[in-house]
Design a protein around this ligand. Structure first.
Ligand code: ADP
Ligand code: MG
Length: 263
């Protein structure tokens, strides 16, 4: 479904002195992997490790400095925007901050149906989608600020699903939510992936969250993938010292939930 090969993305920092050269930051270095149809591919790593840069390249929202990105066997990294229409509907992204990505002046029904254009049955589709993400049928009449953080993430998911994508990308999509809501949204993602037979790319700095929804995990550090494998294997027998460090240091959602239940 998705194939990336030897991806590199270098950013230039602003000049620090009049005579100095602009320093470069290698946000991604030599990243290669394949994601199969129906796979649930997790990407973990500390803040600044290059996860969002990688997501932007997968979605062709940004161009690599070197290397290739293919979607369904077709190169997308070198396509002009006007030829990327197919990718824009087939691959949808949900971000961390729904307030930043939902227009506060638009009704929820118009936010969700925006990718559908002006089709006559669009509000019918909105009701279907609201139901699929567990929101009340009349939510479409309201505005984003009238919802909680978790509900807003449900709205983002409904909008992402509107054009019937084949790949859903979540970039820190549950990171801003508190523990119980996070668990509910993860369960919803799991359900939606099954129901719509989606391929999932799930990005998080939180290892435990990735463990819950993914079957494969790539561990990133300083723009490189240091370990990649089945979730069960990587978490139970991490090969790379950095993965071991991450696992040892990770706050554990499962533990946090059971503490909450005890209280
Ligand atoms: N537009 C940009 N301009 C300059 N540097 C950037 C830009 N976007 C990201 N970076 C740098 O690239 C590195 C990776 O960032 P990012 O992909 O956002 O990491 P993550 O999502 O894992 O936190 C960081 O060092 C970040 O400062
Ligand atoms: Mg990021």
């Amino acid at each position: 479904m998705i194939s990336v090969s030897e991806l590199e993305r270098t950013y230039r920092r602003p000049r620090t002195s009049l005579t100095g050269r602009r320093p470069e930051v290698a946000a991604l270095r030599g990243v290669s992997f394949d994601i199969a149809k129906g796979e649930r591919f997790g990407i973990v790593g500390e803040s600044g490790s290059g996860k969002s840069t990688l997501v932007r390249l997968l979605a062709a929202l940004d161009r690599p400095t070197a290397g290739t990105v293919s979607f369904d066997g077709r190169r997308v990294d070198d396509l002009p925007e006007r030829e990327l229409g197919f990718l824009r509907s087939r691959l949808q992204i949900v971000f961390q901050d729904p307030m930043g990505s939902l227009d506060p002046r638009m009704r929820v029904r118009d936010i969700i149906s925006e990718p559908l254009g002006r089709s006559r049955d669009r509000y019918e589709r909105v009701r279907e989608l609201l139901d699929a993400v567990g929101l009340p049928g009349d939510s479409g009449e309201r505005y984003p600020h009238q919802f909680s953080g978790g509900q807003r993430q449900r709205i983002s998911l409904a909008r992402a699903l509107a054009p019937r994508p084949r790949v859903l990308v979540a970039d820190e999509a549950v990171s801003a939510l508190d523990v119980l809501v996070r668990k509910q949204i993860l369960e919803l993602v799991d359900e939606l992936v099954q129901r719509y037979e989606l391929t999932l790319v799930f990005v998080s700095h939180d290892l435990d969250v990735v463990r819950r929804v993914c079957d494969t995990v790539a561990v990133m550090r300083h723009g490189e993938i240091v370990e990649l494998g089945a979730v069960a294997e990587v978490y139970d027998a991490p090969q790379h010292p950095y993965t071991r460090e991450l696992i040892a240091a990770a706050p554990n959602l499962t533990a946090a939930l059971s503490r909450l239940e005890e209280e």
